[in-house]
Design a protein around this ligand. Structure first.
Ligand code: ADP
Length: 168
C-alpha cells in the first residue's frame, strides 16, 4: 500500500483550474494555530468532500511573510501583517476538488470577520481584521504562485476512493 496507484496522475502542484483537480493554498494563520482551530478547519474541508493533498506546519520567517503578502506591500498595515504572520507556526494546506479556489474563499468568509456570515470560518471564530484565522488563495494565478512558494517540494497525488460518492 505504500506506492501511489498507477492511476494517480502527476499533476502540477496547482492542479488544473476548472476541473475536479483544481487546487488551492489554504493556511491556518498563527492565531488559528494558537487557538487550537486547526482540526476544526481541516474537518470542514474533509467533510465537504475535498481532498487534502499537502499539509505541514511551518514557522514563517519575516522574509517568507513579506513574500507571501508582497502584493500588499504598499498598504499601511503591511509591516504589522508580516510581523504577525511570522509570529508563530502556521499550517499550510493544499486542498483539491471542484471549484475549491472559490469555495475555499466562501468557507473562509469575508476578509473582515464582522462582515462574515455565521457558518464561515471567520464568521464562527473571529472578530478583528488582523486576527481572522485563515488565508486562502483568491484566484487560480494566486493559487499557483502560493502553492509553488509554500510547497516547493510538491504535494501528494493520491486517489481518494470515496470520490465516486462525492462527484456524480
Ligand atoms: P484576504 O486574507 O481575505 O485575502 P487581503 O489579501 O486583502 O485579504 O489581506 C490580507 C490580510 O491582511 C487579511 O486577511 C487581514 O488579516 C489583513 N488586512 C487586510 N486589510 C487590512 C486592514 N485594512 N487593516 C489591517 N489588516 C488588514
Amino acid at each position: 500500500f505504500r506506492q501511489p496507484p498507477a492511476s494517480c496522475d502527476k499533476l502540477p502542484v496547482h492542479g488544473i483550474a476548472g476541473t475536479n483537480q483544481e487546487r488551492t493554498f489554504l493556511a491556518v494563520k498563527p492565531d488559528g494555530v494558537q487557538r487550537g482551530l486547526v482540526g476544526d478547519i481541516i474537518a470542514r474541508f474533509e467533510k465537504r468532500g475535498y481532498k487534502l493533498v499537502g499539509l505541514k506546519l511551518v514557522w514563517p520567517t519575516l522574509e517568507m511573510a513579506q513574500n507571501h503578502y508582497a502584493d500588499l506591500s504598499k498598504k499601511p498595515f503591511y509591516p504589522g501583517l508580516c510581523k504577525f504572520f511570522s509570529s508563530g507556526p502556521i499550517v499550510c494546506m493544499c486542498w483539491e476538488g471542484k471549484d475549491i479556489i472559490n469555495q475555499g474563499r466562501q468557507m473562509l468568509g469575508e476578509t473582515q470577520p464582522l462582515a462574515s456570515k455565521p457558518g464561515s470560518i471567520r464568521g464562527d471564530f473571529s472578530i478583528d481584521l488582523g486576527r481572522n484565522i485563515c488565508h486562502g488563495s483568491d484566484s487560480p494565478e494566486a493559487a499557483a504562485h502560493e502553492l509553488a512558494m509554500w510547497f516547493p517540494e510538491g504535494v501528494n497525488d493520491w486517489a481518494k476512493t470515496v470520490d465516486a460518492w462525492v462527484y456524480e
